[in-house]
Design a protein around this ligand. Structure first.
Ligand code: BGC
Length: 374
């Protein structure tokens, strides 16, 4: 299904049928399940236990990336590997990341883990890595238009979008029993493959409500291009919200805003507060410290818990398996098409968090648990 959406030819009944099929496939394969590794590419040969593992992360656009870098550095060391963990800078992100990956290939990295800064601009580097015998793992964000990606590991991002769309509807219904509800839609940076996946997942839930008139997008801006937030930057979301408030919400109420992550959710809330309007229901993602506090305080409505500790742990497990000459475990070989192939994936299950379940959701997180005690 996502292959259909990624290729941008989702249409009518066919897409709907595939959506249903995929949803049931997914629910039969819970994350963490010992799924089959059929379809995995790159026959593993094994390599020296202290080999170099490269990790190329995007710029630090949210707390999860900061955390991932530390966890990879420590976890790879603990596993006995030599590591090289790099971040793209904040302005020349694409060129930085391309150079970092090339340097990892030159240094003989056996596995290169990539959180792509631009999904469509890494095929040359991924192909060079493969040619040098490295295994390429796309981490959290898919790399597009190349067959040189061996594995994809992420929380199920389409599911993240669906959870956000549903939370938006639930939150608005809790405040006002009946529609119509007026909303605005925000999406992430268009160079990140996840942005469209989150948006498509949310629209899978929201579109039927828009079509039947229960939900109205006040500005009429429903296309992912119109709603994009360049570079995932807070200031860009705040600017767009400011201008929507001026153009569309003079005296009109705004019931909800679909925000793809926490950084943007807080920028949207700041903008609405600045305009002196009542706070709408605002979604988010990433379980960032300030957003968890905001949920506890009753401002931001929801976030998503994609525990970075688990994602990094599973990625390091993939490297360990490859080192030992084993095929890493995958649990999805259907959903994530990068334009050239369906990339064998290990998908983890994201969790929606609202004020209602915030205590349980972070009970095992030493950083966030204390914030949930009122
Ligand atoms: C990640 C999100 C994050 C965003 C901005 C996405 O690719 O999946 O968790 O909020 O990047 O950093």
């Amino acid at each position: 299904m996502r292959n259909i959406l990624v290729k941008g030819v989702a249409a009518g009944a066919i897409a709907l049928l595939s959506l249903t099929a995929c949803a049931s496939e997914r629910s039969q394969t819970p994350a963490g399940d010992t799924g089959a590794s059929a379809g995995a590419t790159g026959a593993a040969q094994g390599f020296a236990a202290d080999s170099l593992i490269g990790v190329a992360l995007p710029s630090k656009t949210s707390e999860n990336w900061v955390l991932a870098g530390d966890l990879f550095t420590n976890g790879l060391k603990e596993a006995g590997f030599t590591s090289d963990v790099q971040y793209a800078g904040s302005s020349t992100t694409v060129a930085d990341q391309q150079a970092q990956i090339s340097a990892m290939v030159t240094k003989g990295a056996k596995v290169i883990v990539i959180g792509a800064t631009d999904a469509a601009q890494l095929s040359t580097q991924a192909e060079a890595a493969k040619a040098a015998g490295a295994t390429v793992i796309a981490y959290d964000r898919l790399i597009k238009n190349t067959d040189a990606v061996d594995y994809y590991i992420a929380y199920d991002n389409f599911k993240v979008g669906q959870l956000q769309g549903q939370a938006l509807l639930d939150g608005m219904k809790a405040k006002k029993a009946d529609g119509p509800y007026t909303i605005e839609l925000f999406s992430g940076s268009s160079d990140d493959n996840n942005s469209a996946v989150f948006f498509d997942g949310a629209m899978d839930v929201l579109k039927p409500k828009i079509d039947d008139g229960t939900v109205v997008v006040g500005s009429g801006q429903t296309d992912v291009k119109q709603t994009a937030t360049d570079g995932w930057k807070a200031e860009n979301a705040q600017r767009r919200m400011d201008s929507l408030l001026t153009s569309t919400y003079g005296s009109k109420a705004l019931d909800g805003v679909l925000s793809p992550n926490d950084t943007l959710a807080r920028a949207i809330i700041t903008s609405v507060k600045g305009a002196g309007k009542d706070l709408p229901v605002v979604t988010g993602q990433d379980s960032e410290v300030e957003s968890v506090k905001s949920i506890v305080a009753g401002e931001q409505y929801s976030t998503i818990n994609k525990d970075t500790r688990e994602l990094v742990k599973q990625t390091i497990q993939m490297a360990k398996d490859l080192q030992a000459g084993k095929q890493p475990q995958v649990n999805d070989t259907k959903s994530y098409n990068n334009g050239v192939k369906v990339v064998p994936s290990y998908l983890l299950e994201p969790l929606i968090v609202t004020k209602e379940n915030v205590v349980e959701a972070y009970a095992n997180d030493p950083k966030l648990a204390p914030l949930t005690k009122e």
